[in-house]
Design a protein around this ligand. Structure first.
Ligand code: BG6
Length: 482
C-alpha cells in the first residue's frame, strides 16, 4: 500500500506528567506509532518531565514498557522501540518550584517547533503556563496542549482562559477533547458536508429527533475521587457529548478551517435552550459486595450521577421542533457510542394492511465497529403479499475499506495536528465557556433542589426515569448494543 503519511517538521515536545497514566497509556504509544509509520524522524526530541527522579535511561525504559503494554500495533519490533527511545530525554522539573526549568530550557532548540503537553492535573495548568513564560522557554510560536477538565464551571473556566492568555495567544492554545480525534467524529463532517444526499434532509422538516449515546460498561473504579466531584454532566456531557451535538447540529461552515468550524459550533451551543429539571434523568449504579458507585467513589452518601439522560432543544430555524436526546453512563450493558438520527415517517402509507413502515434511522457508530448504518423499510422477501420489514444498509469502515490503515487512536491525530498547527479539532476558549454557561444552571438546579440520582443496576440500560423521559414523548431509546 502506498504510504499516505505526510511528514511533519522537526519538533521538540515537552511532556509534563511524563510518568503518569495518560502519558503511558495514550500519549507515548501514540507518538511511537507516528514515528513507526514515518511521520517524524530522528531530528525530533521528546522530553519527558515530572517530579520523579528519573534519568534519560529510566524514561526510555518506562516508555518502552508503555509501548509494549499499551501500544496497538501488532508488528512492533524491539528495534523500532529502541530507535524511538533514541528521541527521548528526561528532565526532572518541579511545576510549582524553581527546580529544573533552566535545565529544561537548555534541552530545547531554537529553530524547531516547541510544544508543551500538560498531561497533568488541572491544578497545575496555571503554574506551568506561568513558569514556561517566566523562564523564557515559551516562544511566540510555541504551542501549549491541555486536556479537560477546563474548569468545573463558567467562572473557573474563564479564570483558566485568562491565566493562559496572559502568556499565550488563543492560536497557541490546544484544548484537547479526545472525542474530536476519533475517526468517526471526523467522518460525521465528511458525511454531512462531502455528500449531497443528507444535507437537504438535515433539519426539523425531515428529522423527528436525534439520540446521542455514549454508554460505557466500566465503572469509575480507580478514578472515584476525581469523578465524585464531577459526575457524568461535567465529565462527559459538557464536553464530549456537547461536541457530538455541535457537529451534528451545526450549519455547514464555508470552509474547513479552524475558526470557520469552531464559529459554527459555538452558535449551536449558544442556541441551546435551558434544560428543565423534568427533562433530565440522573442515575447512579448500584452493586453488591463493594461494587456500587458509592463504594467506588469511597463516598457512602454520594449524590453524584454516573448516568445522565436529557432532552435538549437547539432553538434555531433548522432544529426547532426536533429534540436531541443525550445519554451517557457508566456500568451499562455495553460500550457503545453512537449518534442516531431518526427521520420522520413517510407522510402517507400506501401499503394499507401491510406491517408498518419502519422509519429511516441513520446511525453513526463511533465505537465499537466504527461505521454508518441506515435503517430502511423493504419488502419482506418471499410469498405472503406485500409485507414490509426493516433492513439495514450497513457500512462498517473496516469491511468497506479493506487494506486501509487501522483507525488511528484519537491522540495520534490530535498530537500531529498540534505540530502541524491545525486547531480545527481543538476547543476554542469561547466554546468551552459557552458550554459551561449552558451547563451551570442545569447543575445548579439539582444541587439546590438536593435531588438524588435514581439507582440503576449494573449491566443494564440505566435508570427507569431515562426510559420514561422518552416514553413521555412517545419515543424509545435505541437499545444499548443493538
Ligand atoms: C474521558 C472521561 O474524558 O472519556 C472518562 O473522563 C470516560 O470518564 C472517557 O471513560 C471515555 O472515552 P472513550 O474514548 O473510552 O469513549
Amino acid at each position: 500500500m502506498v504510504s499516505r503519511v505526510i511528514p511533519v517538521d522537526p519538533f521538540d515536545l515537552v511532556l509534563f506528567g511524563a510518568t503518569g497514566d495518560l502519558a503511558r497509556r495514550k500519549i507515548l504509544p501514540s507518538l511511537f506509532h507516528r514515528f513507526q509509520i514515518g511521520q517524524f524522524d530522528a531530528a525530533t526530541r521528546i522530553i519527558g518531565t515530572s517530579r520523579a527522579d528519573l534519568d534519560q535511561k529510566g524514561f526510555r525504559e518506562l516508555t518502552a514498557d508503555a509501548i509494549r503494554e499499551f501500544g496497538q500495533e501488532e508488528n512492533t519490533t524491539e528495534e523500532e522501540i529502541a530507535a524511538f527511545a533514541e528521541l527521548l530525554d528526561y528532565v526532572p522539573v518541579d511545576a510549582r518550584g524553581d527546580t529544573g526549568w533552566d535545565e529544561l530550557g537548555k534541552h530545547l532548540r531554537e529553530d524547531v517547533i516547541r510544544a508543551f503537553y500538560l498531561s497533568v492535573g488541572p491544578s497545575l495548568f496555571t503554574d506551568i503556563a506561568d513558569r514556561l513564560s517566566a523562564s523564557g522557554i515559551a516562544t511566540p510560536d510555541s504551542r501549549i496542549v491541555l486536556e479537560k477538565p477546563f474548569g468545573h464551571d463558567l467562572a473557573s473556566a474563564q479564570a483558566l482562559n485568562q491565566a493562559l492568555r496572559a502568556h499565550f495567544q488563543e492560536g497557541q492554545i490546544y484544548r484537547i477533547d479526545h472525542y474530536l480525534g476519533k475517526e468517526t467524529v471526523q467522518n460525521l463532517m465528511a458525511l454531512r458536508f462531502a455528500n449531497s444526499l443528507f444535507e437537504p434532509l438535515w433539519n426539523s422538516s425531515h428529522i423527528d429527533h436525534v439520540q446521542i449515546t455514549v454508554a460505557e460498561s466500566i465503572g469509575v473504579e480507580g478514578r472515584g475521587e476525581y469523578y465524585d466531584k464531577s459526575g457524568a454532566m461535567r465529565d462527559m456531557v459538557q464536553n464530549h457529548l456537547m461536541q457530538l451535538l455541535c457537529l451534528t447540529a451545526m450549519e455547514p461552515p464555508a470552509r474547513f478551517t479552524p475558526n470557520a468550524v469552531r464559529d459554527e459550533k459555538v452558535k449551536v451551543i449558544e442556541a441551546l435552550n435551558p434544560v428543565a429539571p423534568d427533562d433530565i434523568a440522573r442515575g447512579q449504579y448500584r452493586g453488591k459486595d463493594g461494587d456500587s458507585y458509592r463504594d467506588h467513589a469511597g463516598n457512602p452518601d454520594s449524590t453524584t450521577e454516573s448516568f445522565i439522560a436529557m432532552k435538549v432543544e437547539v432553538a434555531n430555524w433548522r432544529w426547532a421542533g426536533t429534540p436531541f436526546y443525550l445519554r451517557t453512563g457508566k456500568c451499562l450493558r455495553e460500550r457503545v457510542s453512537e449518534i442516531a438520527v431518526f427521520f420522520r415517517d413517510p407522510p402517507h402509507n400506501i401499503f394499507e394492511g401491510a406491517a408498518g413502515v419502519h422509519g429511516n434511522v441513520l446511525v453513526i457508530r463511533l465505537q465499537p465497529d466504527e461505521g454508518i448504518t441506515l435503517r430502511t423499510t423493504i419488502k419482506d422477501p418471499g410469498p405472503g403479499g406485500m409485507r414490509l420489514t426493516a433492513a439495514n444498509l450497513d457500512m462498517t469502515f473496516a469491511d468497506s475499506l479493506p487494506g486501509a490503515e487501522r483507525p488511528q487512536d484519537a491522540y495520534e491525530r490530535l498530537i500531529m495536528d498540534v505540530i502541524r498547527g491545525n486547531q480545527t479539532l481543538f476547543m476554542r476558549g469561547d466554546e468551552v465557556e459557552a458550554a459551561w454557561a449552558w451547563a451551570d444552571p442545569i447543575i445548579a438546579d439539582w444541587t439546590e433542589a438536593g435531588t438524588e440520582p435514581q439507582r440503576y443496576d449494573r449491566g443494564g440500560s440505566g435508570p427507569e426515569d431515562s426510559l420514561l423521559l422518552m416514553h413521555r414523548d412517545g419515543r424509545r431509546w435505541r437499545g444499548i448494543g443493538d
